[in-house]
Design a binder for this molecule. Structure first.
Ligand SMILES: [Zn+2]
Ligand SMILES: [Zn+2]
Length: 307
């Protein structure tokens, strides 16, 4: 996103000479009120009207923070085809909190269907975040795909990516819908009944599909103007990989705020051991390949561990 950052964050240097018609008669507070209520797609369209519109939109407080620190959220919603469902304020709200909207713990992700902040564990386990391809929903609900799309709320367009730790890439449906929202809307339209909801609840999920509807989203702390992306624990990866503890990787997959990590550290024997062995991070020690690469994936074995 480097190449678009400047144009997103600044107005043109040349001063505007055109006006915005009747819009220019409004006090600037009211102009900002209008801009805050525009959906993101319309907001960007309005930004392209002329240099005056660009100056006004660039000056919106929430936009300044989102265009600087929340670019993953903007990109995620635009590429998913959901930008028309949210405002800049909807992206600003999760940007200035670090709390997962389900469990209240540190959440390093943005769930694109609802623009809610969430943590990796809740994204994978909460029924609130269940998604499925429209074709699978239509089959379970015994309704035609076109009727489903008309009645079931927004559809998310998936993008290519690495969604698991295996050698073979995950199968990626072109579109996904949010199960909770779709069932609510179809129930209200009397297009499905409770039996369909029961069938949907017991269906087998493709776990990777939930990862296709979220993006990393840092947290901007208003109290100290610092950005926090969250940290993971090397010690927990050691326990998973070398000691074969934590077989589901639940602890390894946790993300902490800096403060949260310090309290985790006091309870994580392996992290303390690494800290002591590395003489407080001043000399290299033997550590898992995954943490050595800063969490980036390489070719991995079928057990999900680096070879
Ligand atoms: Zn959570
Ligand atoms: Zn740990």
């Amino acid at each position: 996103m480097q190449s678009v950052q400047t144009s997103l964050q600044a107005a043109f240097e040349t001063l505007p000479n055109a006006k915005l018609g009747i819009f220019d008669y409004l006090p600037v507070e009211l102009v900002f009120l209008v801009l805050r209520n525009l959906d993101i797609r319309s907001f960007f369209h309005s930004r392209q009207i002329n240099r005056r519109a660009r100056v006004l939109s660039t000056g919106l407080y929430e936009y300044q923070l989102v265009s600087k620190h929340g670019l993953e959220g903007l990109r995620g919603l635009l590429r998913a085809g959901l930008a028309h469902c949210f405002t800049i304020v909807d992206l600003h709200r999760p940007l200035v909190t670090d709390k997962c909207s389900i469990c209240g713990g540190f959440g390093g992700l943005l769930f694109l269907f609802t623009a809610e902040r969430c943590c990796f564990h809740c994204l994978r386990s909460s029924a609130h975040y269940r998604v499925l391809p429209p074709s699978a929903f239509a089959k379970h609900a015994h309704i035609s795909p076109s009727r489903l799309l008309r009645l079931s709320g927004p559809t998310l367009q998936t993008v290519p990516g690495t969604y698991n730790m295996m050698d073979t890439p995950a199968r990626r449906p072109k579109h996904l819908i949010l199960e909770e929202k779709a069932t609510q809307m179809l129930l209200a339209a009397k297009a499905i009944d409770q039996d369909v909801i029961r069938n949907l609840r017991i269906r087998r999920e493709q776990p990777e599909q939930r990862l296709m509807v979220a993006t990393a989203y840092p947290c901007y702390r208003l109290e100290n103007a610092k950005l926090e992306r969250g940290v993971s624990c090397k010690g927990c990866q050691v326990r998973l990989e070398f000691l074969r503890g934590d077989s589901h990787g639940l602890a390894r997959d946790r993300t902490f705020s800096t403060q949260g990590f310090l309290s985790h550290f006091s309870a994580c024997v392996e992290a303390q051991h690494l800290w002591a062995e590395s003489e407080e991070g001043t000399r290299p020690v033997k550590e898992p390949e995954l943490t050595r690469r800063g969490g980036f994936l390489t070719r991995l074995g079928s057990d999900g561990l680096p070879r």
